[in-house]
Design a protein around this ligand. Sequence first.
Ligand code: NI
Length: 171
Amino acid sequence: MALLEIVKYGDPVLDTPGEVVTEFDESLKKLVGDMFETMYEARGVGLAAPQVGVSKRLFVMDCSGGHDPSARVALVNPVVLNVEGDQTGDEGCLSFPGIFFAVKRSLRAVVRAQDVRGEEFEFDGLELEARCMLHETDHCDGIVFLDRTTALKREMVRRKIRRLEKQGRWV
Ligand code: NI
């Protein structure tokens, strides 16, 4: 397995809807394995393929931080089937290092996806898992969490990123 480079906000791949995955082959398994390794190394709970420069509809997630094997899941071609309730809490993104702000999400989400063999399954997530699945499914659609906040907050975050860019700290 190999560590992949995580792209930062500003890279057009993050604004591009990913392609549907149609080949459930060894290269998909390798990509998923590498994405898990990259996510754990970066201490994230979710990572979508566009974040490693691969414009495809899939993400990996483990909201237990590697402690609970049943929380480790790869969702290929995710579709949000059902959502319920609301939650508001701070959210981050590995493509926005050091940036956290409150985002309103559904409290529960049921997502249908395929596994690395192409088998369909549903994942029913509450709280952090729901937040994570909705955030990562957004990545598959070319949407980032900055698109889910107010225009004012968006402008503040963009200004902060421009400052970091000028200091050479956003590369
Ligand atoms: Ni993200």
